[in-house]
Design a protein around this ligand. Structure first.
Ligand code: URA
Length: 239
């Protein structure tokens, strides 16, 4: 990678080019041990850039784990509602983040936000779709026949035949665990609708085997670790 120093600073520190230039002119930027005041020099992969003594690493993309609250829409912008990107944008003002997979407005839990289109495509593409796990609160209990139907593939009211899904009972007869490997609009609500069961609550707990961090309250977020990213990516086999 060869990149202008001012672009490097602006991208990796989430600041404007103007602010990057100010840091440079104040003599706060060091490249490979030397103060650099001009933004147009080119730096490479092995250049060591420090600002006020702190090493700055270049990051092409970011990957964020958000605990979506109810009432927030899974979109990049919306005329009426707060969006998932609104919740994080103060920390990432220069990034074009979008949700890699949606949750309904009333649903809560794990939404992955990124600006890496290839990654998002890879984890959502029908042939590679990573498993997503939900805790679902129902208005009636399930029985073995419904569990078996989820396993063999539910046919929705409009005739769509879905892939096999996992439905597991929990200690509470009105709370179940569901694991999906596809993302059809309102999928879980429609699947239970086939059996005349209503969904009162839907919370996504896992994406690609990575659990939503229990330290994150509704509306809070953090970046995924490299290990978590690799785990999600490792689930993108044909399935
Ligand atoms: N299925 C639904 O019906 N809603 C969601 O938000 C996610 C899966």
């Amino acid at each position: 990678m060869q990149m202008r120093l001012d672009k490097f600073l602006s991208d990796s520190m989430e600041i404007s080019r103007q602010d990057a230039k100010k840091l440079l002119s104040k003599g706060q930027v060091w490249v490979d041990g030397t103060v650099v005041k001009k933004g147009d020099i080119k730096i490479g992969d092995d250049s060591i850039v420090k600002v006020s003594g702190k090493r700055i690493e270049y990051r092409e993309f970011v990957y964020i784990m958000l605990n979506k609250p109810a009432g927030v829409v899974s979109a990049t912008d919306d005329k009426n509602d707060v969006t998932v990107t609104d919740l994080v944008k103060k920390d990432y003002p220069k990034r074009n983040l979008f949700p890699a997979g949606r949750l309904d407005k009333t649903s809560t839990g794990f939404v992955l936000l990124t600006d890496d289109g290839v990654f998002a495509h890879d984890i959502l593409a029908p042939k590679k779709h990573v498993p997503k796990e939900y805790i679902v609160t129902l208005d009636a209990p399930v029985n073995d026949e419904i569990i078996e139907k989820f396993n063999s593939g539910v046919t929705l009211a409009d005739g769509t035949l879905l892939k096999s899904a996992v439905l597991e009972a929990t200690d509470n007869p009105l709370v179940v665990k569901v694991v999906l490997k596809q993302g059809v609009y309102h999928q879980i609500k429609r699947m239970f609708g086939v059996f005349d069961i209503g969904v009162n609550g839907l919370h996504r707990t896992h994406i690609g085997g990575v659990e939503l961090d229990k330290c994150l309250s509704a509306g809070e977020y953090r970046e995924l670790t490299q290990q978590e990213l690799e785990k999600i990516y490792s689930q993108t086999g044909a399935n």
